[in-house]
Design a protein around this ligand. Structure first.
Ligand SMILES: C[S@@+](CC[C@H](N)C(=O)[O-])C[C@H]1O[C@@H](n2cnc3c(N)ncnc32)[C@H](O)[C@@H]1O
Length: 237
């Protein structure tokens, strides 16, 4: 028997990071959540009426099982389909309009896109939330022909999370600040982004200081890298 939204059982409350991502998803899009883990985002999207069709994927059996249980507890099996497999591989081109790839390293996210170009190219929007290696992700996105159309920062328990909205579009000319800071973040002046820029400057200054006293070749190389980055973050403040 088909179950309607009026019979929702378990209500999901998202953390600020996933909430920010959810807020960037266009209402009415079929959505894929890649590496869904607990399936909180898909459950929220359906409960809030943002989407009525979500495909949630997982590479790992444990999280997959957990996600299936949560979707069942929420009574949303008719709206959220769970699929097992790596990255975008469990999807066919055109099945969804938006894909979310969150909570993984920047290089893993770039690899997922690179490995499934027909699916990635068919998407209207990708929302990416790399945990680290953000510049490397940006570099690879630009070289694959994706444009970062929006960026934002979430704060959760004093940790900062960068979020990027990406579309298949010629990115145009880019410079080192677009790669390191981001083409949107470099111009954004919200209180959270300003705090994030100040945080990045403080972290880089903390790395640069001790390296100035180290006279090895690798120490000098690291010093030059961090000083270059520090200059860029200071330039956008
Ligand atoms: C840290 S959790 C993030 C969960 C959720 N996306 C979020 O942002 O809260 C990372 C999840 O991605 C899954 N994962 C890692 N690499 C993956 C891949 N290549 N394809 C699909 N899932 C993957 C892991 O099994 C894990 O459940």
């Amino acid at each position: 028997m088909s179950r309607g939204l009026s019979e929702i059982k378990m209500k999901v409350h998202l953390n600020d990071r996933l909430l920010l991502i959810a807020g960037m998803i266009p209402r009415g899009h079929a959505v894929a959540d890649i590496g869904t883990d607990h399936a909180y985002l898909p459950i929220y999207l359906v409960q809030e009426g943002i989407s009525t069709r979500v495909i949630a994927t997982e590479i790992t059996r444990g999280p997959l099982k957990r996600a299936i249980i949560n979707v069942k507890k929420a009574g949303l099996e008719n709206f959220i389909e769970m699929r097992h497999g790596p990255g975008l591989k469990p999807l066919s081109p055109g099945e969804v309009r938006t894909a979310v790839i969150a909570g993984m390293g920047g290089e893993t996210i770039a690899g997922i896109i690179k490995d499934s170009r027909p699916v990635a190219d068919s998407l209207e929007l990708m929302l990416l939330q790399p945990m680290r290696n953000q510049p490397e992700l940006r570099r690879q996105l630009f070289s694959m022909g994706f444009k970062i159309i929006e960026e934002d920062v979430a704060i959760e328990d004093s940790r900062y999370y960068e979020i990027m909205a990406v579309q298949r579009q010629t990115p145009g000319s880019i410079d080192d600040i677009d790669i390191t800071v981001g083409p949107v973040l470099r111009k954004k002046r919200t209180p959270v982004v300003l705090r994030y820029i100040e945080h990045k400057i403080a972290v880089l200054e903390g790395l640069v200081q001790p390296l100035r006293a180290i006279n090895t070749a690798s120490g000098q190389k690291a010093l030059e890298k961090y000083e270059r980055e520090l200059k860029m973050w200071k330039e956008v403040l």
